[in-house]
Design a protein around this ligand. Structure first.
Ligand code: FAD
Length: 347
């Protein structure tokens, strides 16, 4: 139980609230400092603080924050980006308004009170708005180029640039958000993967494979806007339980051949139907995929008996970061996690 508070604590005057967020529309997990540094650089953040401690440029700082707020709200909202990409007139109106506000800060910085620091701030803000405008043009061009490349490999509707697809792939179970991906790819077949990875490399995109997005380590999170998430959810075919001979293993072994996007629960059900147990049982089994389980070496309660995902892999096929297929088969599988070594220490 919490210790009771003295009654005068309740009546004590609250200290003045610190102004944590001054950039308009910043309801994101990014601090104002991070946003200023993103758009204007670390040096400008220091200049801003110096100017504000001198208490001379409060109005100019507010105007600058309004510009950053507009840049930020669009940068963090793929739906607004789509809207502005499709409406050059609206985009031009926004960019003109941003330049207009920066010009107003510039105009205030004249005469005897003119400051080099404010000038640096203004120059950096102009550059940021120019880059913002350029990014639209580059995004437009790169989308067209990427679409041509990807549609030679996969169906057009498997290539998604839209807000919904990008928002759905910005984070995983960590809820950590850094950048929205440039594109989300949803291949229909495994065969497409190596070609898609090759195309991503040629386009300068970082490739992020994704299963169920239940990862707790942030592995599926884009860290650069130049990334392509390859969603494996359509690779959901499995063979059911099959008895096989594995290299170096004397007896037949129960196996399931799974596509990367098979939901873990489906493999567990197939094993149960055959009167067997699927050894990999993470609590996230209703949403995680076999590819994600292997990548993360997932496991659940059964790991105590039979080990985690990698202990139960007989073989796998993967595309390397160089877009080459690689097949790996385990020899002399020990069919369990624990290699029992004879120990004499406890005699
Ligand atoms: C509620 C909850 C409970 C959980 N319980 C457990 C638990 O009991 N045990 C446990 O181990 N984990 C658990 N986790 C963590 C998570 O579910 C596992 O790590 C799971 O294996 C992730 O699979 P995924 O398909 O969701 O992968 P994702 O989150 O999509 O991806 C995880 C990582 O794997 C990579 N990846 C995904 N698919 C592929 C692929 N085909 N090829 C190459 N790389 C790929 C991604 O790039 C990323 O780096 C839990 C998570 C949640 C949210």
């Amino acid at each position: 139980m919490n210790a009771p508070l003295h009654s005068n604590t309740h009546h004590a005057e609250a200290p003045p609230a610190a102004r944590l967020r001054e950039i308009p529309y910043n309801y994101t997990s990014f601090s104002d400092r991070e946003i200023v540094i993103r758009f204007l650089g670390e040096g400008i953040w220091e200049i801003l603080n110096e100017l504000r401690s001198e208490r001379k440029t409060g109005r100019s700082a507010r105007m600058l924050f309004e510009v950053l707020g507009d840049l930020w709200v669009v940068t963090r909202n793929p739906y607004l980006q789509d809207d502005l990409l499709e409406n050059p007139k609206r985009r031009k109106a926004l960019i003109d308004a941003l330049h207009h506000r920066i010009a107003a800060i510039d105009e205030r910085n004249t005469g005897s009170t003119a400051s080099d620091k404010v000038q640096k701030m203004v120059n950096a803000a102009k550059k940021a708005v120019d880059k913002f405008a350029d990014d639209f043009r580059q995004t437009y061009d790169l989308r067209r180029k990427a679409l041509v490349k990807f549609t030679k490999i996969t169906r057009k509707d498997n290539v998604q640039f839209d807000g919904l697809a990008r928002v759905s792939h910005v984070t995983d179970a960590t809820d950590w958000r850094v950048e929205y991906p440039f594109v989300v790819l949803n291949p229909d077949t495994e065969k497409e993967i190596a070609y898609l990875v090759r195309a991503c490399i040629e386009l300068g995109l970082t490739v992020i494979p994704r299963g169920g997005g239940t990862g707790y380590t942030g592995g599926a999170i884009p860290l650069t806007p130049m990334s392509a998430v390859i969603n494996t959810e359509k690779l959901d075919q499995h063979t059911g339980v099959q008895m096989r001979t594995l290299p170096g293993v004397a007896r037949q072994v129960a196996t399931i051949e799974c596509g990367a996007g098979v939901v873990t629960r489906r493999a567990m059900e197939a094993a149960t139907d055959a009167g067997l147990e699927f050894a990999c049982d993470p609590t996230s089994a209703d949403a995680s995929c076999i590819g994600g389980n292997v990548a993360m070496n997932a496991g659940g309660k059964k790991a105590v008996l039979w080990g985690t995902a990698l202990d139960n892999l007989a073989s796998w096929r993967m595309v390397t970061p160089d877009a080459e297929w690689l097949e790996v088969e385990r020899l002399d599988h020990n069919l369990g996690k624990f290699m029992i070594l004879q120990s004499h220490a406890l005699k």
